[in-house]
Design a protein around this ligand. Structure first.
Ligand code: ZN
Length: 148
């Protein structure tokens, strides 16, 4: 394997480790929701909402993990950094920001236009718009859970 993307590989592996930890954490929290017994329906509602949030956090993390694994697979096959649609090289700047990027910027835009559920700009929100290590939304969610 060429060493061209050695740094990317390291970064992907580090992010992968973190995600695996996170997923384990969340699964533990879902399986064992602390010794907290809600004393009324309102509190039960909060507990349920919290659980729902854990599940959506979990699926978000798992999706990220899948993308990282795919990126690592592409690295191993020597396909890393090439757009899956047009096979053009993805710009290094984009790869640094989103190491698991699968498409070049223009294909990404095409893809988002086609897959956005209602063609509204908000439909783009979840597709690769997170950089793997600057996931602010997830962090905020994780923090609010810890406070609970
Ligand atoms: Zn492309």
């Amino acid at each position: 394997m060429s060493n061209k993307y050695g740094k990317m590989r390291e970064k992907l592996l580090r992010t992968r480790d973190m995600l695996v930890e996170d997923v384990r954490d969340i699964e533990r929290r879902i399986a064992d929701p602390a010794d907290y017994v809600p004393f009324d329906d309102a509190e039960q509602g909060v507990v349920d909402a919290e659980k729902e949030m854990q599940f959506s956090l979990l699926s978000h993390k798992e999706a990220q993990l899948n993308r990282i694994d795919e990126a690592l697979g592409r690295l191993a096959r020597g396909k890393y950094g090439l757009c899956r649609l047009c096979s053009r090289r993805i710009r290094p700047r984009r790869l640094r920001a989103v190491p698991s990027a699968e498409y070049c910027v223009s294909c990404q835009h095409e893809y988002e236009r086609e897959t956005a559920p209602d063609n509204s700009p908000r439909g783009h929100a979840h597709f690769e718009s997170y950089s793997t290590d600057g996931d602010a939304g997830c962090l905020a969610a994780a923090r609010s859970i810890r406070r609970f």
